[in-house]
Write a protein that binds this ligand. Structure first.
Ligand code: AMP
Length: 411
């Protein structure tokens, strides 16, 4: 895989034998670039800020050294990983359980939308690491279901997404309750100002590991843009899907449109479903399971719901609605072409979306788009949250140079 480093082995990074056995169980042969760079530094005790594109192997980059630190120590909550969404929570915990299977360490999850008592019972059966969403973590702390007293390492994953989703005040509340003596790690695809503020407060002496530019698409993804009138999009999508034999993730900007499009595709007999923030935790989990197992092949999603979807072999990402910001385009297309595999991104661009399309196109061609007026977040348009409400989040990022394969737009 192109992102891995051929000359470095996992054994040479300083990981203990039970953790190396976990890495072998995951089927990883060589570390990715971010893993090779970050793991030895974290093992040596450094605080670290890891910046890297989606799908670059960040989970193992922080997960393996955390397990390494806790392996062989006394039981009890010693590792905390904070993530923005339930889906990411489940996926990070699943990955860690694979890596931890020979180390005798217990990984639990804490996210909203499910009964707290189920999570509390799991904590009582054994808890060394908790992977949690901020709100539910605070709830458990306040009810004294968990204690931070013995925490040795804290990871903030997808810090820029936490900011987008308005989690920064909760993150600060969590951080002040942690013990002074601890190792902090922060991972993010981009580094907006507010995240930089958190870094200055809580990781002032952190080392930085940056893989690629701050806002970059994977090189393995090809990008295509098709000009289509807004009212012809549905037909265009149906025709397109009829030609696809693999998994396709389709993005829309609003929850209501997401549900509607999913139903339209289902009614035309396609193996389709939709995932968005108005669906409960169980329904969203079921949706992802069906997609992972191939029961549904076409999944319509909003940005927030799709964050953290790490389903192997998504062949095509379709932007049914054009994203409202360059970074969203990068996150969406990053759902395909993961772990070095090739992938395709196709956008249906209506005339009113052309301005944003030009920003994305310029970025993919390696042009500096930070000075482009009136297009996308940070370029004059407010970032919208799922459901269409403007968010308070700042711009940040953008302007990165991508060497992504880029098919000429047919706009
Ligand atoms: P992540 O960026 O952590 O979400 O990882 C993206 C995908 O790459 C996941 O499916 C991981 O299981 C996979 N992956 C992570 N590290 C490696 C590695 N060293 N070798 C092969 N696959 C990996």
């Amino acid at each position: 895989m192109p992102t891995s480093t051929n000359c470095v082995s996992f054994a040479s990074l300083g990981l203990k034998e039970p953790i190396l056995r976990g890495v072998r169980a995951a089927g990883y042969e060589t570390p990715t670039e971010i893993q090779a760079n970050a793991i030895p530094k974290i093992i040596a005790g450094a605080e670290l800020i890891g910046l890297g594109q989606t799908g670059s192997g960040k989970t193992a980059a922080f997960g393996l050294p955390m397990l390494n630190l806790l392996c062989g120590g006394p039981p009890g909550l010693r590792g905390v990983i904070i993530v923005p969404t339930r889906e990411l929570c489940v996926q990070v915990a699943e990955n860690l359980r694979v890596y931890a299977q020979h180390a005798g360490l217990h990984v639990c999850t804490a996210f909203g939308g499910v009964d707290m008592s189920i999570q509390e019972s799991a904590f009582k059966r054994g808890l060394d690491i908790v992977v949690a969403c901020p709100g539910r973590l605070i709830d458990h702390l306040e009810r004294r279901n968990i204690s931070f007293e013995h925490v040795k390492m804290v990871v903030l994953d997808e810090a820029d997404r936490m900011l987008d989703m308005g989690f920064m005040p909760q993150i600060r509340r969590i951080f002040v309750r942690l013990p002074q003596e601890r190792q902090n790690l922060l991972f993010s695809a981009t580094m907006p100002k507010e995240v930089e503020g958190l870094v200055n407060d809580f990781l002032p002496n952190a080392e930085r590991v940056q893989i690629g530019s701050r806002s970059q698409s994977a090189e393995t993804i090809s990008h295509r843009f098709v000009a289509v009138n807004a009212h012809d999009k549905q037909d265009a999508l149906e025709r397109l899907l009829q030609r696809e034999s693999g998994r396709v993730l389709i993005f829309v900007n609003k929850k209501i449109g997401c549900e509607r499009l999913g139903n339209v595709l289902k009614r035309s007999g396609m193996p389709a479903d939709s995932i968005h923030g108005d669906k409960g935790a169980e329904a969203r989990y079921g949706c992802l399971q069906a997609f992972t197992r191939g029961k549904t092949r076409f999944l319509v999603a909003t940005d927030v719901a799709a964050r953290g979807i790490d389903v192997d072999d998504i062949e095509l990402v379709v932007n049914y609605d054009f994203p409202l910001a360059l970074e969203d385009y990068i996150h969406r297309s990053g759902r395909t072409g993961r772990a070095g595999k090739s992938g395709r991104a196709l956008s249906l661009v209506a005339p009113m979306e052309k301005r944003l399309y030009l920003v994305v196109q310029a970025h993919l061609q390696g042009k500096d788009v930070s000075s482009m007026p009136s297009a996308g977040r940070g370029y004059g348009m407010p970032k919208r949250r799922e459901g269409g409400r403007p968010s308070g989040g700042g711009g940040g990022g953008g302007g990165g140079r991508s060497r992504a394969r880029h098919a000429a737009a047919s706009y």
